[in-house]
Design a protein around this ligand. Structure first.
Ligand SMILES: Cc1cc2nc3c(=O)[nH]c(=O)nc-3n(C[C@H](O)[C@H](O)[C@H](O)COP(=O)(O)OP(=O)(O)OC[C@H]3O[C@@H](n4cnc5c(N)ncnc54)[C@H](O)[C@@H]3O)c2cc1C
Length: 386
């Protein structure tokens, strides 16, 4: 075999490691991808109306980290962008995260003025607070506002997201969702936020564009891998190469310690002959049955003026790998039990000297793309080059 490394998975993690090894170590790389396209979950394409949509949900690059920004912008022209989201409550579309405009929309002028002043004096110079803190607040008016948001939005949204009944939602799981103490209406507050001008697939093509890199699509690597237990090596078609695996680690080891739990999503795309379907690119619909949010792709940058708009309804879904439901593992369900199981897989993987695990599935973590970049660069910097 002509390859020094086989990279399993043509997602962001695999692409970064392939590029670094090809360019800086002059290694010959074969990338194997099970799907019929490159770019993993950030894959985008033009639909039949010419709208650029993202098959696996809305993605935007955002980061506080200079290192991630510098790396990503080597392979794309960044189009500065600020994601804005809204949530529809009782038919009113309001900013998400909730901000002072939300108070203006749901209270009369005088009450709204009092509540905003009270929140500013109570929380001091803070930019945001969690709904949990507000639910525990000693000021009855702040607490009542938090209860309103919890009942009409957080509880319903989270129940749908995790497949629970609303009564099972414990407010403590909502700790990370902030309420903004000003009129700031951007979804992320990172220093850098941008879309690649040529789309995510364009970005990815640039990333893997190197004479030492070959990509094979529509191929399941598991059908080509075997193990030499005596030498503690993983072989590809019987050959020895460095194996960089970015797929699911329980699948690699045939679920011998059990199945790692995930939540999944179904995206239903719909096009409408209108220029404006909703107020923002991403809108949450906590009170609607079934779907949690809708992404309107024509509201993202670098879209053509088509007279049509395409939206994707996002339905949280059960994920059961053994049932082969054709779903994707999106969100790892992190419990003590799943972490313990993952630890067993990690330990097992550590026994094979030529096997490297990297990426959101192999690491069993939810990574944003900038975290993927930093993780892949860290793996590269620490690896013994094969
Ligand atoms: C709905 C949603 C929205 C998101 N939005 C954002 C966002 O706005 N900003 C952000 O920074 N991040 C976002 N993310 C996170 C982002 O998708 C991930 O950080 C990133 O895609 C992970 O890249 P990866 O290479 O680790 O994994 P993946 O992209 O999943 O790539 C792994 C690849 O390995 C392939 N594979 C697996 N097993 C095999 C096998 N046996 N043989 C061959 N190929 C195999 C898979 O098919 C897949 O293509 C979002 C995630 C979700 C779920």
């Amino acid at each position: 075999m002509d390859y020094d490394y086989v990279v399993i998975g043509a997602g962001l993690s695999g692409g970064i490691l392939a590029r670094k090894l090809a360019e800086e170590k002059n290694k010959k790389i074969l990338i194997i991808e099970r799907r019929d396209h490159i770019a993993g979950n950030m894959y985008d394409y033009d639909d039949r109306y010419g709208v650029k949509v993202q098959r696996y949900g809305p993605h935007v690059f955002h980061t506080k980290e200079e290192k991630a920004y510098q790396f990503l912008t080597q392979y794309c022209e960044p189009v500065p962008y600020r994601t804005r989201c809204e949530a529809v409550i009782d038919g009113i579309s309001t900013p998400s995260p909730f901000n002072f405009k939300t108070i203006d929309q749901f209270y009369d002028k005088e009450q709204a003025g009092r509540l905003k002043e009270l929140m500013v004096s109570y929380y001091g110079a803070r930019e945001e607070v969690t709904v949990v803190e507000m639910l525990e607040c000693r000021e009855p008016d702040i607490k009542a506002y938090a209860q309103f948001l919890f009942e009409k939005d957080y509880k319903l949204y989270t129940a749908k997201q995790w497949g629970l009944s609303p009564s099972e939602i414990d407010p403590s799981v909502l700790k990370r969702v902030p309420i903004v103490l000003s009129y700031r209406d951007t979804y992320f507050s990172d220093r850098y936020e941008f879309m690649p001008k040529e789309g995510f697939v364009g970005f990815y093509k640039n990333l893997i564009h190197h004479p030492n890199i070959t990509v094979l699509l529509g191929t399941d690597a598991l059908e080509h891998l075997s193990v030499d237990e005596e030498k503690k090596q993983v072989l590809f078609d019987g050959n020895l190469a460095g194996i960089i695996y970015t797929g699911a680690v329980d699948e690699l080891f045939r679920y011998q310690y059990g199945v790692l739990p995930y939540r999944s999503l179904d995206f239903k795309f719909q096009s409408y002959k209108t220029e404006n379907f909703q107020n923002a690119a991403i809108v949450a619909y906590p009170q609607e049955a079934g779907y949690t949010r809708v992404t309107e792709y024509t509201k993202m940058p670098e879209q053509k003026d088509l007279g049509w708009t395409t939206v994707a309804y996002e339905y949280p879904a059960v994920y059961d790998r053994r049932a082969d439901m054709g779903k994707e593992p999106y969100y790892p369900v992190l419990t003590d039990e799943s972490q313990r199981m993952y630890g067993q897989y990690r330990e097992l993987a550590g026994k094979y000297k030529n096997l490297i695990l990297c990426g959101r599935l192999a690491d069993f973590k939810y990574y944003n793309m900038d975290q993927c970049v930093l993780r892949a660069l860290e793996v590269y910097e620490n690896m013994e080059v094969f």
